[in-house]
Design a protein around this ligand. Structure first.
Ligand code: PRP
Length: 213
């Protein structure tokens, strides 16, 4: 039997994904140890787990370097890769939203060439162009996006809101929701054909676990 490779998004989602694989009998103990290793193997089930940067998970899966990926919907929307989105795993729940100073809540939709800072240029551009029909100037950032409106780099931001703490502690608010987000189980299209029974078995077991939650 060949190995099935699973790409996990490093960070909080990886921990939750490991818990899910453990709950269906896979061995993720080695991965839970704090090491710098990036590949882990469960010999009994012929599974390999690789830890990759969240935004790279869809790339590994599309090219078939990983058969399966566990990744946030935000990354899937931003990367829009060619793969199967199989199940919403319903953990890592948060939302994508337009955020900024509450004072501009009523007017930001009417500002021409609104300056929008985001780690998610595709999502931000699509939302303003296709949903709101508004022209924007997109400023791509790589982190600490909440700073942008505070120092005059942008009018608003498009970012993930989970607890809302980062916004609150920086005097910002949600101005408009874009969409809900959570972790998804995604599969390479060729792998799905080559390993249908094994992949569908994991899908069925995950669905059972999700029912219990
Ligand atoms: C994410 C996101 C927000 C924050 C939201 O950033 O971009 O900044 O978490 O979480 P909260 O609503 O619970 O406060 P992350 O921690 O990944 O850091 P980054 O901004 O440097 O990317």
């Amino acid at each position: 039997m060949s190995y099935l490779t699973v790409a996990l998004a490093k960070g909080r989602l990886a921990e939750l994904a490991m818990d899910l694989f453990t709950s269906i009998g896979m061995d993720c103990a080695e991965m839970k140890e704090k090491t710098r290793k990036l590949i882990f193997t469960d010999e009994e089930h012929k599974m390999k787990f690789i830890l990759v940067k969240a935004s790279d998970v869809p790339t590994y899966v599309e090219y078939g370097a990983a058969d399966i990926g566990i990744v946030g919907k935000d990354t899937l929307l931003e990367e829009h890769r060619n793969l199967y989105e199989m199940i919403n795993l319903d953990f890592g729940k948060c939302k994508m939203a337009v955020c900024g100073p509450i004072e501009i809540k009523d007017e930001f939709s009417n500002i021409n060439n609104l300056r929008v800072a985001s780690k998610y240029p595709y999502i931000a551009n699509s939302f303003f162009k296709d949903v709101k029909g508004q022209t924007i100037e997109l400023i791509k950032l790589n982190g600490s996006v909440e700073l942008a409106p505070l120092v005059g780099l942008s009018d608003v931001i498009v970012d993930i809101v989970e607890s809302g703490r980062t916004l609150k502690e920086n005097g910002l608010d949600v101005l408009e929701d874009i969409c809900p987000l959570s972790a998804w189980f995604v599969v390479n299209k060729v792998s799905m054909k080559m390993h249908t029974p094994r992949i569908m078995d994991i899908v069925a077991k995950f669905k059972e676990e999700l029912k219990k939650a």
